[in-house]
Unconditional design. Sequence first.
Length: 120
Amino acid sequence: MMKKTLVIGASLKPQRYSNIAINRLVDYNHEVVAFGLKEGTVAGVEIDINLMPYKDVHTVTLYLNPERQKAYYDYIISLQPKRIIFNPGTENSEFQNLLKQSNIFFEEACTLVLLASNQY
């Protein structure tokens, strides 16, 4: 099953993990939407610089450090995704507690590893 994924912290820089993740998600035929600080396109996916009211988001994969995540807590919860992936370096117990209260599943994992090992 293909899972619509929102990449938060999307980067136009090819060496960034968020950029690599967008490419891999597209390679695996997942629908991808992306939010970042700079407009542009990665693997045919437009990076939005405004928070959009995306519908039917299954997974949010985070590429923001915990301090920067705070501004997006309410937004992410409002999307009611099925899960949040905290990629390495994004682990955030404060946000995870809020997700528990909202009954949103989360995991500390690497999107790239999950894709490569067929666990996404």
